[in-house]
Each structure stands twice: as structure tokens, then as C-alpha cells.
Design a protein. Structure first.
Lengths: 399, 399
């Protein structure tokens, strides 16, 4: 931990937003599951709140596939609230007045952490597909280095939804001694065949786009002139990937309730414009996504998701992943209409936690909003988290 | 009906496969829902069996999105059994020894019927996107003209699965006086928001492919030389569309049972090759599809599906679509794991049939095979159809 990063300073709540980019010291590297070693690792992070004197109130918030480190407050680029600002903020379950909250962009991401769009210092060009393939465990390793840097030995809580929940599970498997509690929302301990299939459709859509150029779109065009612009990326392919994925984030009931067969205009176009509101909505989801996300990062992070199978490294028995985590308090939440990571996946996690002798609370929340419910206004989720985190705080001796 | 088409000839069962292309006589045209009129209509069809003397044993078999007129026997291009050869054949529910079976390629299709890849006689070039947008009702109108040509006044049965079931429903709404019975398998009376959303992903994947060229890929290249080859179509986009759609044809359970997380090789590639068997399977589905299907036809037929809403033309009340169909016997079948057209959609149809005073049998078949179950070996489906069609034959006085 360096002095500049000391988060135990006393400040008023309004001044306690921090963050930056942590760079792994020169000469050191991150060992990856693939066997590769990554030098020059950078982890972009945000913090909210202040680390207390005994360093016992740190909460690590882990983001999903297309999330970022701006979990709370206001996003600097979009001006919109952070992606989990319904759960993180004053008087919310995770509260900067009580917790030192850390959120980092995952390894492989595109909002500041090392990923395929970062510059490979050995070439001066973006890594592209020469970036090493990474796993959920690699993301967690990078987060652990960030915590070391921030002087956080033990997390009061690691919490995440969707892919963030997978990181929380991986924390419990790999660093149980650094965890007091863990919250896993709308997640799974492994990617199912259907999950892999949808991710593969997205990857194929990106790689089918000629502007993808084998992943080299980020490199400066080698045209002999001084053209400084980066090449155009595979925007159309990435938009199609996002559209397909977005359907899996919503339930059929939610799509029907929100859009049904409502038209954009009076009558249909008798053509291939967006006649139905749901078409227009999906196109909008696709076209706005390409402004904020890197196509190669999408490939790498979906690959990490597909490779995720926590039981596999433990002889195929999920419970064995948690045998060292008996002191950790777990809370698992799922949503009835989530068909991306259905309740059965959460029950599978809870069964394994019980078999391992861990204490695990589980709530299946009634919602018709599908997988995206974890990002939306779900009072039962908020109350369940407030209850779990409050009880854990008491046990931890936090005020 | 012309003399050459007379299907009442007495022949042995082995010699009773017929078919060809019916061309609408010059000077006549097909009126479409869009208001356009289509001249030069061609309908490619196959027949199996012989029309009996009182012309009472005709069965019209309607195909799904990517099907064709080769419902039984052996497909001339692939050498594989016809797509519904599990239900159509000797001693099967639809039997060429007892029925005169007609299957035609839908309007807008790409295996011989008029569609966007057909030649527009006024230009000598493929229609491409100048082909008029068509509906399920337009497909049924074209089928009715084919039946006129074949001398079939009344159908003993119209039967179809998926989009074929929609055509059967449209027949009941538009030509109830020409129907004795109707079978609707794994279908719906309207496309849901989720159905439209998945189709839109497929269309966007095709239209994002630069080889689509605004739909003009079928035209001969205008290069000033005598290059006779057609331009390459949007193969990558069409493959992605097929991959996304294919996931919706299978259940999560079927994907997990067939593929799970099984790898192609020992260990993962740490790259973006097809590591998992489910990826390889999906890629294969995509790459083989482009050899047999036209991308513009995919656009037009998915559009017809999305526009389908049988209640809409009847004041929003589905039962009213069937008020003239009280004499028709209906059989509705669904599969428990079909999430493309779930059982709730079939129940909706049955409720409307009951409300209209029609006789309707309904069976929900237990299967984990998803939507594609209607094309697979499902003994309960076969037995239900044998029972329904046998009873209808008795009532109709067929031997």
C-alpha cells in the first residue's frame, strides 16, 4: 500500500469518492490461468466512503459483463446514476457513510483496466487478440492485488450480480480468509450450454463483421500517412451481439408488458424498418452499446464467462470449492423470471454451500423483469440485502 | 384445373409422388394484404398419394420458417428424409395410401415458389427487396389457388407446425368452408414481443453483412464483363441469424443434455475457436443453413411471422376469427419445453376456439426437446395425430 492511496483519511461523506488506476509495479506481473503472465497490469477503480480505523468495513462490488467501476454516484461519461446506485448510497444497503466501497473495472474490460483495447507497451499498439485470454479467477486475482494496494486485508463483503456474482463465488473459493461475507445475485456457478450458445452467437456476430479485422481494428491504420484516427470497429456486429444478449436479460412477460405488439407508427411499413416498438428498442440498445463498449472486450469477457465452472477445479464437486469458506456468511438471491441464470442455478450454489457446511441464506424474489431485475428497482432485493448486510455488520462489530 | 394436373389417376402407392410448379395464368395476379398485386406467381409443390373419386381425402401440409415442399419421402437435394417423414408415410398418421397429400413452398420462399430470389420478369433480375412484403394470409391465398389448380375444393385436413400451424389457423379463419379439420402443432395465433425481438436480431445480422448489398446480392454483378456468377450473398450474417434462431428451437434442458459443457478437444484453446461442443454444433447449424436458404427469403418470411396476429383482423378478439369455422374439427398440440411458442399460446387458441363454439381437442405433450419437438420423434404426438385424423376420417367417411 502506498501513502497516496491511504483511504482511511477522515472526510465528510460528500468528499469520499475516490479512485484512479492502479498499476502493477514494474518488474512484477499477474499470473493467469492460461499460463501467461501479464506485465503492466492496470486496474481502474472507484471508491466510495472511507476505510475505518481497523480496516474492517471494505465492500468490494463486482460488475457484470458490460458494467464498469462506476457502481454508485454519477457516471462521468453518461451523467446517469451508477449501475447499482439503487443499492449503494446514503441509507441504502451498501452505504458510503458506513462502508468503504471499492468497485473496479474487470481485467479484460474497456473502461480503464488492462484489456484488449489497452496499449501493449512492447508494440505501442492495442493488444487486440494478442491480449491473453482471461478467466473469472484472473479477474479476482487482479482485484486482490488492488485490495493489497488499498490496504484492505479482509473484505467485510464481496457483492455482485450476474458475472459479478461469479466473481464473488470465486473470491469465496480462492480467498475465503479475506472474506467476512459474500452476496451472489442472479448468478450461477457455471455457464450452461445455453449460456455458452448465446455468447457464441454474439462472438460470431462480431467476428463476422469485416470491420473487426481479426481484432486489429483498434490499431492505427497502416496507410503511410499521418492519419491519427483509429480504425472503425465492428459496430454493426457488436450491435447485433448486444441485441441478442439483451433479449436474454428480459423475461418474455416483461417484453410483452413493455412492448407487446405496439407499433412505432399507425400501421406497418410493409418493409424492414422498425415497425414494432420492440424492434426500435432493441436497435437502440445495440446502437448505444457500441458507443460505450469495446468489441474485443466483449469477446474476452464472454469467453471468461463461458470458461467459468467453479466445480471443475474442485473435482467436479461444487461443495469442495467452499470447504475453506465455512466462516464466510453467504447470501444468494435469484429472480423467478430470470431465464439467463435461473433460480435452479442459485439453488445449486446454495446446496453446495450447505453441503460444505457454510451458512447461506437464499431468497428467490418474485419478479417478472427477468435477469435485469438485479439492476432495477426491486424492493424485496433491497430489503433482503439490507437485512443480510445489517446482520453481518453487527456480527462484524461495525457500527 | 388442367388435365395434366389430374391427381385422381389410379396408381400404386410407390408411384404416387408428384409435384411441380404451378404458375398463375398470364393476365391474372394475386392480391396481397399490402395492397400490392403479384403477377407471374409460381407455387412449387409436392404431392403424395392420390385424390380419391369424391375428392374428399386431400391433406394440405404447411411448412415452418425454413421448411419446404418436401415434407415426406426423400429430399431431392439433401438425400435426407422429408421434414415431416415421421408423420407422413405408410402406416403413419398422414398416409399416402389413404390421403392425397399436398405440400407447397410458401410464398416468399426459396425452393421454387415466388419470393425475393425469383426473377422479376419486368427486369430479368431477382426481385430482391422489390418483392412485395407478404403475410401468412397471402401464403394461404396462394395455397388456395394451388388447390383450385389441383381440383381440390375441400381439404380433409390442413396441418402444420410452428409457422405451418399459423397457416392452418389462417385457413380456418379465411376458408373455413374448404376445411373439414385442422391440426395446429407448436404454434401461436400471434407473434409475441420476444418472437419479434429474436426475428429482428436475425434480420439485423443479415442486413449488417456488407455482402447483403441492400438485398441486391442475387443480381448479376454489373461489372461490364460477362461474369455469369451471382454475387456472394450475406452468408456470415445469415449464419448468425440461424444460430440465434436455432437456440430458440431447443430447450435449455435439451442443450444441457446434448452438450452440457463438453469440449471439442482435451482442454480449452485459450482463444476464440469452438472450444465447446455446443459452439461447434451452432456454427455447423449456421454454415449448413446458408447452403440451403436465401437470406432475403429469411427477411420476408420472418416479417410475415412478425406481422401475424390473427385476432387483429377480427377486432382484437381471436374467437371472432373462428366464428365461421364451427363445423371444422380442430386439434391443437403443444410441447411443455417449447419456449418459442409456449403452451400458453396454444391454450389461448383453444380458448378462442371454444368461445367460438368450435370443437377443439388439445394435448400438451411432455417433452424436453423444445420447439423442435414437432419435427422429432415424439410418440405421443404421433399417437395423438393418428387418433385425431383417424376419428376425423371416420366422420368424413374415408376408408
Amino acid at each position: 500500500m502506498d501513502a497516496n492511496a491511504d483511504p482511511t483519511r477522515e472526510e465528510s461523506s460528500a468528499d469520499t469518492v475516490g479512485g484512479g488506476v492502479y498499476r502493477l509495479p514494474a518488474g512484477t506481473s499477474l499470473s493467469l490461468d492460461s499460463g501467461a503472465r501479464l506485465e503492466g497490469l492496470e486496474i481502474a477503480y472507484q471508491t466510495y466512503g472511507v476505510l475505518n480505523a481497523d480496516r474492517s468495513n471494505a465492500v468490494l462490488v463486482c460488475h457484470a459483463l458490460t458494467g464498469d467501476q462506476y457502481a454508485a454516484g454519477v457516471h462521468p461519461a453518461s451523467g446517469k446514476p451508477g449501475w447499482w446506485s439503487r443499492l449503494i448510497g446514503p441509507c441504502l444497503p451498501v452505504d458510503p457513510a458506513r462502508h468503504f466501497i471499492i468497485a473496479s473495472n474487470v481485467l479484460g474490460g474497456c473502461t480503464g483496466s488492462s484489456g484488449p483495447s489497452s496499449i501493449d507497451l512492447s508494440t505501442g499498439q492495442p493488444w487486440g487478440l494478442t491480449f491473453p485470454v482471461i478467466t473469472i479467477a484472473d479477474m479476482v486475482r487482479a482485484q486482490a492485488l488492488l485490495l493489497d494496494h488499498l490496504g484492505v486485508g479482509t473484505l467485510f463483503c464481496v457483492i455482485g450480480g450476474s458475472m459479478g456474482g461469479m466473481q464473488a463465488l470465486q473470491w469465496a473459493a480462492d480467498y475465503p480468509e479475506r472474506l467476512f461475507s459474500a452476496v451472489i445475485v442472479a448468478s450461477a456457478a457455471r455457464h450452461s450450454a445455453q449460456n455458452i450458445a448465446f455468447n457464441e452467437v454474439g462472438r460470431q456476430a462480431i467476428m463476422a463483421d469485416p470491420d473487426w479485422r481479426g481484432g486489429d481494428y483498434g490499431a492505427r491504420a497502416d496507410r503511410g500517412d499521418s492519419q491519427p484516427d483509429r480504425r472503425k470497429g465492428p459496430e454493426k456486429g457488436l450491435a447485433v451481439a448486444r441485441m441478442a444478449a439483451h433479449i436474454t436479460y428480459l423475461s418474455e412477460a416483461a417484453l410483452q408488458r413493455k412492448f407487446g405488439r405496439e407499433l412505432q407508427r399507425d400501421g406497418v411499413s410493409w418493409g424492414f424498418d422498425a415497425d414494432f416498438q420492440v424492434e426500435s428498442y432493441l436497435r437502440h440498445q445495440g446502437s448505444t452499446f457500441v458507443d460505450r463498449f469495446d468489441a474485443n472486450s466483449y469477446l474476452y469477457i464472454t469467453r471468461a464467462l463461458d470458461y467459468f465452472d467453479l466445480a471443475q477445479a474442485h473435482g467436479g464437486v461444487l461443495a469442495r470449492a467452499f470447504t475453506r469458506a465455512r466462516e464466510v456468511r453467504f447470501c444468494v438471491l435469484s429472480f423467478t423470471s430470470d431465464w439467463l441464470y435461473p433460480t435452479a442455478e442459485s439453488r445449486n450454489i446454495v446446496r453446495a454451500l450447505n453441503a460444505a457446511g457454510c451458512r447461506a441464506g437464499f431468497v428467490e424474489i418474485e419478479s417478472d423483469k427477468g435477469h435485469d431485475a438485479f439492476l432495477l428497482d426491486e424492493p424485496v432485493m433491497r430489503e433482503a440485502l439490507a437485512g443480510f448486510i445489517g446482520a453481518a455488520a453487527t456480527a462484524r462489530g461495525l457500527k
